[in-house]
Design a protein around this ligand. Structure first.
Ligand code: AVJ
Length: 319
């Protein structure tokens, strides 16, 4: 580690500042909302990993199975000597499926907001794939506008798996795609994982698991506010709420106050009426037409789509 200790402290302080600002502004808004990215502290990330193992949560295992089947096709569509640019830290088995199919990769460039995640991922990947050049970039991929010069000359293939794009509203998703297109350049491509519209009950169950892990994931945000922002949320006085809004084509997730109460966060008092909700996540679901429209508005066209036999999930190759 050649990062001075002071720099780590500075980063933690500024992360906490971002969190405090976002929470105070989000709880001050009507309706109240806190951006989904703050769900992923260390405990939140571990809980999300546990969600991916739940029987009700089909996206991760379905997408992984699709990628297992299409990785060779993807490698062929990408062509030789390209740079694989992953939006997210790339610690998953999905990344490895692509890396193993794209054996003559010029470089692998994971982008993540968390330095720690990136360093850990880079270390493991260099160990397991000694021939691979790993060039991590730390930053917010919604804002990023340059990649390491070492990949200049290589075709840039973006990878945005997990239906993470579903956290964005369609308008934000289009903005993301336009930025990605600029970052990946006109000869680049983007491999996108998208969760598909399906039986509402199946969608509902995926976000209301019997073991209550998704509820823990949502309520972990309260725990994080208690720890990092000196808040005093009583976790037993709030509940996870998730439902499919069919008209809007999205899962909506909130935490809901179970009684009238007042909570202090970073020195400010907020009152919650019984039944009042704070929005934490959207998870948009798309159909073929929706994906095509997203791609078109984002400046891409669909070169290929792969799905599972039950059409739960899609992987698209956009150029
Ligand atoms: C990581 C955004 C893809 O929307 O399915 C899962 C997050 N939240 N269960 C999703 C999530 C609750 C997940 N994404």
């Amino acid at each position: 580690m050649n990062v001075p200790l002071l720099a780590i402290d500075d980063r933690e302080v500024s992360d906490r500042d971002d969190f405090r600002r976002a929470v105070l502004s989000g709880l001050g808004d009507a309706p109240r909302a806190i951006p989904a990215k703050f769900l992923y502290d260390a405990r939140g990330s571990a809980l999300f990993d546990a969600i991916c193992e739940l029987p009700e949560y089909y996206p991760t295992r379905t997408e992984t199975a699709i990628l297992r089947g299409c990785a060779a096709d993807i490698a062929r569509l990408a062509g030789p000597g390209c740079a694989l640019v992953e939006y997210g830290s790339g610690s998953s088995v999905k990344t490895r499926l692509l890396l193993e199919a794209m054996r003559d990769l010029h470089a692998y460039v994971p982008i993540d907001i968390s330095r720690q995640h990136l360093d850990a991922t880079a270390r493991r990947l260099r160990e397991d794939y000694p021939w691979l050049r790993v060039d991590p970039v730390s930053g917010d991929y919604m804002a990023l506008d340059a990649l390491p010069p070492v990949i200049n000359g290589a075709r840039r293939i973006g990878f945005f798996p997990g239906s993470t794009i579903g956290n964005l509203t369609p308008e934000e998703a289009v903005l993301f795609l336009r930025r990605a297109r600029r970052l990946l350049r006109s000869d680049g491509a983007l491999i996108l994982g998208v969760d598909l519209k399906k039986d509402p009950q199946r969608l509902h169950d995926a976000y209301n698991d019997a073991a209550g892990v998704t509820a823990q994931f949502t309520l972990n945000l309260l725990r994080r506010m208690n720890r990092e922002l000196e808040a005093n949320f009583d976790l037993s006085a709030f509940a996870h709420e998730a439902f499919y809004n069919e008209a809007a084509g999205r899962i909506e997730i909130y935490f809901r106050s179970l009684r009238d109460q007042t909570v202090t966060v970073a020195g400010r008092r907020f009152t919650f009426a019984e039944g009042e909700r704070v929005h934490t996540e959207y998870s948009y679901k798309y159909d073929d037409a929706g994906i095509a429209e997203l791609a078109r508005r984002g400046g891409f066209s669909i070169a290929h789509t792969w799905t599972d036999p039950a059409r739960l999930f899609a992987v698209v190759f956009l150029t």
